[in-house]
Design a protein around this ligand. Structure first.
Ligand code: NAD
Length: 475
C-alpha cells in the first residue's frame, strides 16, 4: 500500500491471480480499517498545504507524473496485461491514454475560473470562487486499471483535493505503479494514498463514516453505487458515480455498411473483450440491411484471435475471473433457452492457449427480445446481441427503454437524422459513426441509473470543487 508517502505492508496478504493463466501473480497487502484510517488522516493533514499552492504548481507535478508514466509505459502496460488479462497492445494504449488525463487536468486546473457577477446594488460587489472539496475517497474498477484511476484522481489532485484510493482487488499493481509515478514527480506525502484490500467493505465503511472524507468518487456497478449514495446521505457527502451501461447501437440502412460492421464489432469486442461500460450491448440494425450486416459481422468476429494477453496477435483476452466467465455463460445459456439463436461461439474456451485462463468464445446471438435479461442488463463479456428494427421512431423508443443511460451509438449518413437521433437518445454519450469512444476533452457520464456527475472534459474538474459566493458591501 502507499500511505503518507511511504510503502506500507501489513501482516495480511491475498493472492492476485493472472486471469490469462490462472496462476498466482503476486501477493498483495490486504488492508482494512486500520490502514484506511491512517490514509485518511494523512490526506487530512496534507490537504491545507496542497489546496493552497497554486494550480500551476500542482499542475507541474501532475505533468511530471505523466512523463513518469510515459517513461515506464511498457512496464505499466505489462502489469495491466498481467492483472487484467487484456492484450499487451491494448494495455499499452490504455496506459498512454490514461496518462493524458494528468496533463489535461493539470491545464484545466489553471482555468478553474470563478465569476464576477453584475450586482443588483450599487454598493455591493458579487463574485464566486472555486475551491477544492477536501479529502476524496476514491473507488475504482478493474476493467481499465489505469484509466479509471487517472480520470478520477487527476481532476481531484488538480483541484487541490487530497485522495485515498481503493483500487479493485483484481488490479492493484497498476494503481501502485501510478502512485510511484506521482511520488517520483514530487507529490507531497499524504496527497495521494492507496489502500489495497481483498474485501472493499471495511474501506468504504470508513470512507462513509469519517466526516473528514467530504466526497466519494466511485466507478463501478449500479448496485454498489446506490449503496454508497444511500449510506453517504448520513453525512451528505458529495458524490461522483460512474456506473454501468447498456449501450444501444442504431445502424440505419443509409449507413456505410462496411464501416458500420468494422466499427460496431470494435465497440463490442475491442474494449477489454466486451467488459466495458460503454460496450455495444444491444445492436439494432434496420430491416433492409439486417441480413447482409449479420453475415459480414459474423465473418468479422470469426477473425478475432483469442488468447493470453502476452501472445502476439491476440485481440481478445480472458474474462477477469472464473465467476465472471460463469455469469456470462449463464446469460448466454438462458438466452438460448428463451429462443435466442447462437450464430457464433456461445461457450467457454478451454483448450490450447486458453486452457488455463478464463476465456470465452466471441459470441454472436440474434432473435432476442427487448424484455429479456440479455437486453435489460449489461452483458460485460464478448457477446454481441443483434436485433432488427423497422423505423426510426420504433428504434428510439426501444433504445431508450432501459434504466441505464451511459453510452449509445448511431450509424447513418443522413445529417438531419443524426441531429434527431442524437437529441432523442437518453444517454450521456452518443457516438456517431464512431467505434472508439471518448477522448480527454469530452466529458463522460450517465443519465438515469448510469450515474451522477461527469469525468473528463472541463466538467470533470468541477466535480471536485465547491462554488463559494462572496458578497462585499463597499460602503
Ligand atoms: P463493482 O461495483 O463490483 O466494483 C467496483 C469497485 O467497487 C471495486 O473497487 C470493488 O472492490 C468495489 N466494491 C465492490 N463492492 C463494494 C462494496 N460493497 N462496498 C464498497 N466498494 C465495493 O463493479 P465491477 O464489477 O468491478 O466493475 C464493473 C462495473 O463498473 C460495471 O457495471 C461497469 O459498467 C462499471 N463501470 C463504469 C464505468 C463508467 O465510466 N461509467 C467505467 C468502468 C466500469
Amino acid at each position: 500500500m502507499f500511505i503518507n508517502g511511504q510503502w506500507v505492508e501489513t501482516g495480511k496478504t491475498y493472492d492476485l491471480i493472472n486471469p490469462g493463466t490462472g496462476e498466482i501473480l503476486a501477493k498483495v497487502a490486504d488492508g482494512g480499517t486500520q490502514e484506511v484510517k491512517l490514509a485518511i488522516a494523512a490526506a487530512r493533514d496534507a490537504f491545507p498545504k496542497w489546496a493552497k499552492i497554486s494550480a500551476k504548481e500542482r499542475g507541474a507535478i501532475l505533468k511530471k507524473a505523466e512523463a513518469n508514466m510515459l517513461a515506464r509505459a511498457d512496464e505499466i502496460a505489462h502489469l495491466v496485461m498481467q492483472e487484467n488479462g487484456k492484450p499487451l497492445e491494448e494495455a499499452k494504449q490504455e496506459v498512454l491514454f490514461s496518462s493524458g488525463y494528468l496533463s489535461w487536468f493539470a491545464e484545466e486546473g489553471r482555468r478553474a475560473y470563478g465569476e464576477t457577477i453584475p450586482s443588483p446594488f450599487g454598493h455591493k460587489r458579487l463574485m464566486t470562487l472555486l475551491q477544492p472539496v477536501g479529502v476524496v475517497g476514491a473507488i475504482t474498477p478493474w476493467n481499465f486499471p489505469a484509466n479509471m484511476i487517472t480520470r478520477k484522481i487527476a481532476p481531484a489532485l488538480a483541484a487541490g483535493c487530497t485522495v485515498v484510493l481503493k483500487p479493485a482487488d483484481t488490479t492493484p499493481l497498476t494503481a501502485l505503479a501510478i502512485a510511484q509515478a506521482l511520488h517520483d514527480a514530487g507529490t507531497p506525502p499524504g496527497v495521494f494514498n492507496i489502500v489495497t484490500a481483498k474485501d472493499p467493505r471495511p474501506v468504504s465503511a470508513e470512507f462513509l463514516a469519517d466526516p473528514v472524507v467530504r466526497m466519494i468518487g466511485f466507478t463501478g456497478s449500479i448496485g454498489v453505487g446506490k449503496m454508497l449514495m444511500e449510506q453517504s446521505a448520513k453525512q451528505l457527502k458529495k458524490l461522483s458515480l460512474e456506473l454501468g451501461g447498456n449501450a444501444p447501437v442504431l445502424v440505419f440502412d443509409d449507413a456505410d455498411l462496411h464501416q458500420a460492421v468494422e466499427r460496431v464489432a470494435a465497440i463490442k469486442f475491442m474494449r477489454v473483450g466486451g467488459e466495458s461500460c460503454i460496450c455495444a450491448n444491444r445492436i439494432y440494425v434496420q430491416e433492409k440491411i439486417y441480413k447482409t450486416f449479420v453475415a459480414k459481422f459474423v465473418e468479422k468476429v470469426k477473425s478475432y484471435k483469442v488468447g493470453p494477453g502476452h501472445k502476439p496477435g491476440v485481440q481478445i483476452g480472458p474474462l477477469i475471473t472464473q465467476a465472471a466467465r460463469e455469469r456470462v455463460d449463464q446469460l448466454v445459456q438462458q438466452t438460448k433457452a428463451q429462443g435466442g439463436k447462437i450464430l457464433l461461439g456461445g461457450h467457454p474456451l478451454t483448450e490450447g492457449d486458453c486452457a488455463k485462463g478464463f476465456f470465452y468464445a466471441p459470441t454472436v446471438i440474434e432473435g432476442t427480445q427487448d424484455d429479456w435479461p440479455i437486453c435489460q442488463n449489461e452483458i460485460f463479456g464478448p457477446v454481441a446481441n443483434l436485433l432488427s428494427f423497422s423505423t426510426e421512431e420504433e428504434v428510439l423508443q426501444r433504445a431508450n427503454h432501459s434504466n441505464y443511460g451511459l453510452a449509445s451509438y448511431v450509424f447513418t449518413r443522413d445529417l438531419a437524422r443524426t441531429m434527431r437521433v442524437t437529441e432523442a437518445l437518453q444517454y450521456g454519450f452518443v457516438g456517431v459513426n464512431d467505434g472508439e469512444g471518448y477522448t480527454h476533452e469530452i466529458p463522460i457520464g450517465g443519465f438515469k441509473e448510469s450515474g451522477i456527475g461527469r469525468e473528463g472534459g472541463r466538467e470533470g474538474l468541477r466535480e471536485y470543487m465547491e462554488v463559494k459566493s462572496i458578497l462585499t458591501n463597499i460602503l
